[in-house]
Design a protein around this ligand. Structure first.
Ligand SMILES: NC(=O)c1ccc[n+]([C@@H]2O[C@H](COP(=O)([O-])OP(=O)(O)OC[C@H]3O[C@@H](n4cnc5c(N)ncnc54)[C@H](OP(=O)(O)O)[C@@H]3O)[C@@H](O)[C@H]2O)c1
Length: 405
């Protein structure tokens, strides 16, 4: 059996057959029926039923929107067996059962309406009950990261921002951490915090990963440990027009953002594979999903990380080693200042990490935030390349000091 069919069967095996049918129905409704209903069906002919009451015309069009939201959320929720599905799937289907029970009584004549009400209401009532009883499928107690992967993690770029948040989240789940970056004092403070608050072991390794061969001393420093989780997170951006930039700093960016993750992954993956367990996380970026003028090389390095991690996810499927690329948008950290960008808002680093660790083991990559997801999927796939690049130029120009443009 090919990896693709094994993966697909594993995904379908996460829920009973009747839930797979419900998921298919949600996909059909969200992708075909409701868009057709919304955009093609004439307003005068449109009809929607909520709680057994019929709505016509403009009201029906308006009420098709919450139907779309319900079915799209249902498709995504069943696919990932997300916690939000309980109790909401049961509540929604109970509303459908009520509709099927009320609708014939309101709008049909003769004794057959009672039969319709009982059959329709009864069938959907049973489905609502089955969904209500399925709480354990949606609210699974997930083993801790330590139980899943092992004792030690190596987190690069742990002295600030997203890396420090990764280290805190891993330690909270009982994983001991090797903390690495250049600023040793910051790392030692974090190590003390993790040891005292979470009782885990730590090791601080000061290393400059932006130099050629910079990963080798780090690998030597952890050679006596079984590293089960590798977080390839250290990175920096460099705002401005390429011809105005310092070639040495551009070179350092390629070393840190691209070469170091390759060297660390190549150094630690064979042992993980041999043990049959492990996790590798790449901090990629939505910046890697399209060209970014005034951040041209940075976007290219993040595209490298995104593709490297996603390809490894597929290479390692079935080996016990999970790979995830987390693709944050603008995030609160020292990144903007280091990159020389004008200050702008972002998502908290902790939220990005929380999403990454929830997605780890479930998919190859995760885009953090709905707006970023829309930009990264709909925007970059549907619009012409010229349009998406020029829109990006306008957005990044706003964040780039004038003298660097
Ligand atoms: N913040 C955002 O908006 C955003 C969005 C998408 C993706 N990302 C990605 O997220 C990752 C983490 O960035 P962040 O937002 O947390 O930024 P940050 O707060 O500036 O943290 C960057 C980390 O990388 C380390 N680092 C920088 N140069 C290094 C070097 N030469 N050798 C070793 N470590 C080095 C820094 O430590 P030292 O300075 O102590 O060495 C620091 O710990 C990066 O890969 C970045 O591309 C950030």
């Amino acid at each position: 059996m090919s990896d693709a069919s094994r993966w697909f069967r594993e995904r379908l095996g996460r829920r009973p057959w009747w839930m797979n049918l419900l998921m298919l129905f949600c996909i059909y409704m969200a992708v075909i029926y409701v868009p057709w209903d919304l955009f093609v069906k004439p307003v005068a002919a449109d009809e929607e039923v909520w709680f057994g009451v019929r709505f016509h015309g403009v009201w029906a069009k308006v009420l098709a929107v919450p139907h779309f939201v319900v079915y799209a959320a249902g498709a995504v929720g069943f696919w990932s067996m997300h916690r939000f599905m309980w109790p909401w799937a049961a509540v929604y289907v109970a509303q459908v059962a009520l509709s099927f029970a009320v609708w014939p009584l309101l709008y049909l004549d003769g004794p057959s309406r009672f039969v319709s009400a009982v059959i329709g209401g009864g069938l959907f009532g049973a489905l609502a009950w089955a969904l209500h009883r399925s709480k354990p499928r949606f609210h699974v107690r997930r083993p801790s990261l330590r139980e899943r992967y092992g004792e030690w993690a190596l987190v690069t770029g742990a002295s600030a921002g997203i890396g420090a948040a990764f280290a805190r989240a891993l330690a909270r789940d009982g994983v001991s951490c090797v903390l690495t970056a250049r600023r040793g004092e910051r790392l030692r403070e974090l190590a003390t915090e993790l040891e005292s608050q979470h009782g885990v072991a730590t090791r601080v390794v000061e290393a400059d990963l932006a130099t050629a061969g910079g990963a080798a001393p780090l690998l030597d420093a952890v050679a006596d440990l079984e590293i089960d989780v590798l977080v390839n997170n250290a990175g920096f951006g460099y705002a401005g027009r390429l011809d105005l930039q310092d070639p040495a700093r551009l070179d350092a960016m390629v070393q840190l953002n691209c070469a170091a993750p390759v060297a660390l992954t190549a150094g630690l993956l064979p042992a993980m594979r041999a043990r049959g367990r492990g996790a590798i996380v790449f901090t990629g970026s939505v910046a890697g999903l399209q060209p970014l003028p005034y951040h041209a090389l940075y976007a290219a390095t993040k595209s490298f990380d995104n593709l490297l991690g996603e390809a490894l996810w597929a290479e390692l499927i079935g080996t016990g080693v999970d790979v995830l690329v987390i693709e944050p948008g603008s995030t609160v950290s020292e990144f903007h200042e280091v990159a020389g960008e004008l200050p702008h808002a972002g998502e908290p680093s902790e939220d990005v990490v929380d999403k990454a660790l929830r997605a780890l083991g479930h998919k190859p990559s995760h885009i953090s935030g709905v707006f970023n997801w829309l930009r990264g999927n709909a925007g970059t796939r549907l619009l012409p390349r010229s349009a998406i690049t020029l829109v990006a130029k306008g957005v990044i120009a706003e964040q780039t000091p004038e003298e660097l443009r």
